[in-house]
Design a protein around this ligand. Structure first.
Ligand code: IPE
Ligand code: IPE
Ligand code: MG
Ligand code: MG
Length: 418
């Protein structure tokens, strides 16, 4: 029996015995390299998408036990092609609320807990936590934790989420939020989630301390889960954030930056946490190593696709739509996928970027060149390629509403740039 001392967290959930955690005795964590990537991309043919979450009588939130593993693969409604054809299908935009419907109760509990646990002992930290958690956010990472937890719990015959699953979701959102607070300091962003950033309101020193506090607090909760494999997995993520931010800061305005380096930086900054979230959830379900590894790959590929989409949106959306400053990546010299692709086509772009936009109007000219040279379209192909891999990684899971919601999340991300 694992003892849980997740202080201040009252999830009202029963602590369950965890079934044997995969091969937890072999606690070494493989580092998952981002594979090198060719410069041309083939558009994948996606299969049909179906709005599983909008179905009537959807089975809500509770995982049910079945006697045989085969039973898990039956009866939840057949989904033939697990991948999506965004072009061919008549599109029904996926709403996030629909997507998360199957874990809505889990997310509600999470939201109640989030604000109460951060910095309760210090009024300044309390205010910063209120500011950033209260501003909203999609809660995509905890939703992923809940969806993978429930999808894999079925495999292991668990009939509900464990306290460990629920703690993991809180820890992951805290880590994500801490990384955003620090990222906004480094990017000198004034708005986040449509509201003023922590450093804008309270100053840089408070923002750094608040971010540090959240990282430390999450480490404390993590340690209390007493699962060495998960502790190692998530600790590495916190290290990866710093590696990613340093990598980004040290290659500003560098027009020789390669796609592989960009993907590695994106892995450090974004995909590593999402991969750890999905793998951690599967570990706490007691899933086999083959499944936990596939869940890691799923999170990594979704995370990479997500970051590429975020980088495209920085070119195509307004600050109002984004809830954070638009067009600032290129202005700050952060050369993302659309720029890297456009640089292959247009030598003039290099000149403008290397001059660090010293001439009036040169930033607008560079943005226009990126768009004209097909930088956005090629980045879109890259995002789709990673999304396709993510969908394939889900094939190890039994068909369930939770797996379908995971598939739809991959599509939802791509539809942001449609
Ligand atoms: C923002 O992540 C940071 C990136 C990885 C691009 P989200 O877009 O998930 O941020 P919130 O939590 O919804 O605000
Ligand atoms: C991802 O990078 C953010 C973190 C992982 C902290 P970005 O710098 O692109 O995120 P946004 O655009 O500021 O949300
Ligand atoms: Mg940023
Ligand atoms: Mg961004």
């Amino acid at each position: 029996m694992m003892s849980m001392t997740c202080h201040n967290l009252d999830f009202g959930a029963r602590v369950l015995d965890l079934v044997a955690v995969g091969s937890s005795s072999n606690a070494s964590i493989e580092r998952h390299s981002v594979k090198s990537h060719g410069k041309t991309f083939t558009s994948k043919v996606y299969g049909a998408r179906r709005m599983v979450c909008s179905r009537q009588n959807i089975s809500r939130t509770r995982v049910f036990s079945r006697n045989t593993s085969q039973a898990l693969f039956d009866g939840v409604g057949e989904r033939t092609a697990p991948v999506l054809d965004l072009k061919k299908e008549a599109k029904i935009p996926i709403s996030l609320a629909k997507l998360f419907e199957v874990v809505a109760d889990d997310l509600q509990t999470l939201n109640q807990n989030l604000q109460s646990i951060v910095g309760a002992e210090n009024p300044v930290l309390m205010s910063t936590a209120e500011q950033i958690f209260g501003a909203g956010g999609k809660r995509m990472r905890p939703a992923l934790v809940f969806l993978v937890s429930r999808a894999t719990a079925e495999l292991a015959g668990l009939n509900d989420l464990t306290t460990e699953h629920r703690c993991l979701a809180v820890i992951i959102e805290m880590i994500h939020t801490a990384s955003l607070i620090h990222d906004d300091v480094l990017d000198e962003s004034d708005t986040r989630r449509g509201k003023e950033t922590v450093h804008q309101l309270y100053g840089t020193r408070v923002a750094i301390l608040a971010g540090d506090f959240m990282f430390a607090q999450s480490s404390w909760y993590l340690a209390n889960l007493e699962n060495l494999e998960v502790i190692k997995l998530i600790s590495q993520v916190i290290k990866d954030f710093a590696s990613g931010e340093i990598k980004q800061a040290s290659s500003l305005f560098d027009c020789d930056v390669e796609l592989e380096e960009y993907l590695l930086k994106s892995y450090y900054k974004t995909a590593s946490l999402i991969a750890a979230s999905t793998k951690g959830a599967a570990i706490f379900s007691g899933a086999d190593r083959s499944v936990t590894e596939q869940m890691y790959e799923f999170g990594k590929n979704l995370g990479l696709s997500f970051q590429v989409v975020d980088d495209i949106l920085d070119f195509t959306q307004s600050a109002e739509q984004l809830g954070k400053p638009a067009g600032s990546d290129l202005a700050k010299g952060n050369l993302t996928a659309p720029v890297i692709f456009a640089l292959e086509e247009e030598p003039k772009l290099r000149e403008i970027i290397e001059s660090e936009f010293c001439e009036t109007g040169s930033l607008d000219e560079a943005i226009e060149l990126v768009k004209q040279c097909g930088g956005i379209e090629r980045a879109q192909e890259l995002a789709k390629e990673k999304a396709d891999l993510a969908i394939k990684n889900l094939q190890c899971l039994p068909q369930s509403n939770f797996r379908f919601a995971l598939q739809d999340m991959v599509v939802f991300n791509l539809e942001r740039i449609d």
